[in-house]
Each structure stands twice: as C-alpha cells, then as structure tokens.
Design a binder for this molecule. Sequence first.
Ligand SMILES: [Zn+2]
Length: 104
Amino acid sequence: MNVLFSDTFVKSFKKLSSIKKAVKKKVDMIIEDPIALGEPLKGNFRGYYSCSVRKNFIIIYLHCSMCRKKGDDKIVTCNECNKFPDDTIKFIALGPHNNAYGIK
Ligand SMILES: [Zn+2]
C-alpha cells in the first residue's frame, strides 16, 4: 500500500495532540482495510471517504482504486491521481466533525 499524507492532515495531526494515539491507530486500520472502514461522502465530496475517530473527529481520505472505479477521478480533486498506483491511500484532512470539510 502506498500511503500519503497531505500537509493539511499533518498540520491538524500536530495540533490534536490529545487524540494522536487514537488517530494513529485509526490510520493503521484504514491502511489495512480502506473500503470496510470508510464511509463514502456525497455531493462536493464525492469520491472521498470519511472515518470517525472517537465520535467527534473525522479523518478524510482518498483511495485511488476507488477514485477510478466509477469515473470519480473526473470529479474528485485527487491531485495527480494517475501518477499513483491503484493501491494508494491519501490522507487529506483531519478535524472535528464540523470543520474537517474545509478542505476545498
Ligand atoms: Zn486518486
């Protein structure tokens, strides 16, 4: 699995020191099984997946094999998607439920 972290994700991760451990654990779980754990987002965030951490926080990520499945790669803002292999996961954003969507 090819795993990438966006700058936004890394910044949020550094700020949220209180839940670092929980986030790390979740990230490992997502890497193992990105499809089972992710909840597909809709609308503007079509193609993205979310996974909650301790109910109040969410991780937003992309899984490139899914980006491509439904032609979502044309909608999803997965930068340079075609440069990466199918089994690429990109962690895009992390934050409290209401705020994490400020990714666009
Ligand atoms: Zn992609």
